[in-house]
Design a protein around this ligand. Structure first.
Ligand code: ADP
Length: 309
């Protein structure tokens, strides 16, 4: 059964105009949907329009044209309901260092008008694994903990959709893993997640679907699986008994990554070369193959092909 769409964007345009000088078309004609309960990744190089999109959803940037519907609410008619339906985790870590995480969440809940009896501060702290630090000074938390506190802050009004803008930028590997675990557990509880990230490997692991923005245009929108199926590059490692005579002109699209005495590493486009041709080429030189392993490219491959930078 098809999941319902919780974000619906139609012909969305944003043009920033600086006085007198050039206009920047940050979003040219964006059309996309985010489905309930999914983790949707919005990727794209710097300047692609990701922040503009997120800020339009969050209400801090005014769109130029088009329609945005969030959780059934039209952004033009019901901006407050739209805002109540999403929690945004910002890029910048800006938390008051002198309050404890618990106090900060209570204050944030107050800001959103959440009544004392409806607050779930302790549950949220547990969800982001900060229950032990609930009453510490926020300034004593590590960078990763502060970021998780930002996730917690975005959740106080229990929005059905959470948007994370580059949540792991500058966070070390261990804490990144922790943060993703927290995001997953949120998602398992039914929260729809929209995230932007520069770490393609993480997007590959985390996201059900991915949209790739480039220069204000959506250049890809598909399930992560389908995008990965479009990967063109094949990487092949061959262990041999002697050095192979081969160069980049031997086959179309061939790249020699390394060619040592007993080991050849090449890559090529799947549509242009078949592995049989490589093996035949080695056989013709009477070379023994001891081992052969192949690898597909990754999301980076798709990303680079679809975006300009
Ligand atoms: P991303 O988040 O993908 O890096 P942005 O949405 O920040 O991209 O930027 C998209 C384009 O819009 C860029 O060319 C950027 O310079 C321009 N832009 C963003 N914000 C403003 C602004 N306030 N005024 C003018 N141009 C802007």
């Amino acid at each position: 059964m098809d999941k319902k769409n919780v974000v619906h964007v139609k012909n969305l345009k944003k043009t920033y105009s600086k006085k007198g000088i050039n206009r920047v078309e940050a979003l040219k004609n964006l059309n996309l949907e985010v489905k309930e309960g999914e983790i949707f990744g919005l990727l794209g190089p710097n300047g692609a329009g990701k922040s503009t999109f997120i800020n339009i959803l969050g209400g801090s940037v005014i769109k130029s044209e088009g329609n945005v519907n969030v959780w059934g609410f039209d952004l033009d008619k019901s901006p407050r309901q739209v805002r109540a339906s999403i929690g945004i985790v910002p890029q910048e870590v800006n938390v008051d260092p002198f309050f404890s995480p618990k106090k900060l969440l209570e204050l944030q809940a107050g800001l959103y008008g959440v009544k004392k009896k409806d607050r779930i501060t302790d549950t949220i702290l547990k969800l982001v694994s900060l229950e032990k630090e609930a009453n510490s000074y926020t300034r004593s938390l590590s960078g990763g903990m502060k970021r998780r506190l930002l996730v917690a802050k975005a959740m106080v009004h229990q929005p059905p959709i959470i948007i994370l803008d580059e949540p792991t930028a500058g966070v070390d590997v261990e804490l990144r893993k922790k943060l993703w675990e927290n995001v997953r557990s949120l998602n398992n509880k039914g929260v729809t997640i929209i995230l932007t990230t520069h770490y393609l490997e993480e997007a590959e692991k985390m996201c059900d679907r991915i949209g790739i923005l480039s220069d204000g245009d959506l250049v890809a929108l598909d399930t992560t699986k389908n995008l990965l199926n479009k990967i063109q590059t094949k990487i092949v490692n061959i262990i041999t008994d002697k050095k192979v005579n081969i160069n980049e002109n031997t086959f179309k699209s061939l790249k020699i990554n390394s060619n040592e005495k007993n080991k050849l590493c090449i890559s090529y486009e799947k549509s242009k070369i078949n592995i049989d041709q490589i093996i035949n080429h080695l056989n013709a030189q009477n070379i023994k193959i001891f081992d052969i392993s192949t690898d597909d490219g990754d999301l980076e491959d798709v990303f680079l092909r679809l975006t300009k930078n």
